[in-house]
Design a binder for this molecule. Structure first.
Ligand SMILES: [Zn+2]
Length: 265
């Protein structure tokens, strides 16, 4: 029912994407000990709030559902969960191979040159159709941004705002989630968006279609960005549920956990 991103060839392009030793240990008698050790280390290096660590638990015996859900997520296209933030960038040459033009449908577009990866475009249409049934018309205002575009945008922001403000408002080249082709900025791309019918609808419904708010209110120290009520990342339905169920709906927490888990091999 829901579109998924199948792009396993992309696996090699992400340095952090390696099979974890714990994953190889599934048939091992020591599996429980291995998992518990992995979890403890990853929880510690991810610097998550204590309440999240308690929810995740300390091993298979305590919380088998979490590990099953984690491995389900890791089966997905790694670009759904790769961490792209102030510290971690995509390569200069990374451009998704399945970008499609989005021209509207059940939603509006605010400009004609928008592109998304196919799975995100299909999910957007599905979500927008559901919104339309509730009397809400979504507007996609910004989406894929190439590396070259980010170079121009960041330089312009530094010129106009100064470097410090530019870093709050925009990403340095390669550090923008928009380069994934999985992001939509909705509506006015301003704080006013949160109060609109569209903003309220998306906040309440996005995750069941696989979309996650990247920069929530009050988490600038965690995400590096001020609140952006309009900026949603398509992460797929499984990961969106994983974020909601275990990480308080905070995408950065979940992606940081996954980053540390995968890196730990
Ligand atoms: Zn954005």
């Amino acid at each position: 029912m829901f579109p998924s991103c199948i792009n396993r060839n992309s696996t090699q392009k992400i340095d952090a994407q390696q099979t974890s030793p714990a994953a190889n240990a599934v048939n091992d008698n020591n599996v429980e000990t291995d998992f518990s050790a992995s979890l403890a280390e990853v929880l510690s290096s991810s610097q998550l709030p204590a309440r999240i660590g308690q929810r995740i638990g300390s091993g298979i015996a305590e919380n088998p559902a979490f590990l099953l859900d984690l491995f389900t997520v890791l089966q997905e296209d790694p670009y759904l969960w790769v961490l792209v933030d102030k510290e971690r960038a995509l390569g200069e040459d990374y451009e998704p191979g399945d970008l499609v033009d989005i021209k509207g449908g059940s939603y509006r577009v605010s400009r004609q040159d928008l592109r998304l990866r196919r799975c995100a475009a299909e999910s957007l249409e599905e979500m927008a159709a559901a919104a339309a049934r509730d009397g809400i018309i979504l507007t996609a205002s910004s989406s894929y941004r190439s590396y070259a575009y980010q170079v121009d945008l960041y330089a312009r922001n530094v010129r106009e705002l100064g470097r410090e403000a530019a870093d709050r408002e925009s990403a340095r080249p390669g550090h923008s989630q928009h380069q994934l082709g999985l992001i939509v900025d909705f509506g006015s791309i301003s704080d006013a968006f949160a109060q609109t019918a569209e903003g309220v609808w998306i906040a309440a419904n996005a995750s069941r279609f696989g979309w996650s708010l990247s920069y929530p209110d009050g988490y600038e120290e965690i995400t590096g960005y001020r609140w952006e009520s309009w900026h949603y990342r398509y992460v797929g339905v499984e990961l969106a549920q994983f974020i909601d169920n275990y990480f308080d709906g905070i995408q950065q927490y979940a992606l940081r956990f996954i980053y540390e888990w995968v890196k730990r091999s």
